[in-house]
Design a binder for this molecule. Structure first.
Ligand code: FE2
Ligand code: FE2
Length: 169
């Protein structure tokens, strides 16, 4: 198994939570979308803070990209996520203009999705490779901490997943 497998799973799970958020917007469930977005923001922030504290300082001369790239992407990502909250409280099926409102949120979500994909790839291709060579235990430690953090949001995430599965708000 690749030494960074556990953190790749964290990235996949973050991607999955963001996909749930977009699905909830798509069906006009603004209330659950806001709750899932809050969990996504908290879990992205916790993951980024951990990486900045325990992984980024290990970057050395062999790194393809400087620390500033990761730090800058974290700031942009969190700011983009923050902006997705606008208009969610007006999103409910039956409410006038809700589809236009949903489209506006999804339009803002596109660049955030692309940035997250790009960012995860950069980490998996360089940052994690360097840490795997120097202090591989840190990768699993970070992943384990993230799963503890995720468990704190399990209620919201499981409830949203069940609602999406049922197919109605
Ligand atoms: Fe990151
Ligand atoms: Fe990451």
């Amino acid at each position: 198994m690749a030494p960074d497998a556990s953190l790749r799973v964290v990235h996949e799970q973050l991607d999955g939570i963001f996909a749930s958020f977009r699905e909830l917007v798509l069906v006009g469930d603004g209330r659950r979308a806001a709750a899932v977005l809050a969990a996504f923001r908290a879990l992205t922030s916790a993951h980024a803070a951990d990486e900045e504290a325990a992984l980024v300082p290990l970057l050395d001369g062999s790194a393809r990209w400087p620390a500033e790239l990761y730090l800058g992407q974290h700031v942009k990502l969190l700011a983009g996520i923050e902006r997705l909250g606008d208009g969610l409280d007006e999103l409910a099926p039956g409410r006038s203009g809700w589809r236009r409102g949903a489209l506006a949120v999804l339009d803002r979500a596109g660049p955030v999705l692309h940035l997250a994909e790009h960012h995860h790839l950069a980490e998996e291709q360089d940052l994690f490779v360097i840490v795997a060579a120097r202090a591989p235990h840190r990768l699993d430690e970070l992943a384990a901490r993230w799963h503890v953090e995720r468990a704190r949001h399990r209620g919201v995430l499981d409830e949203a997943a069940a609602a999406l599965e049922r197919g109605r708000p």
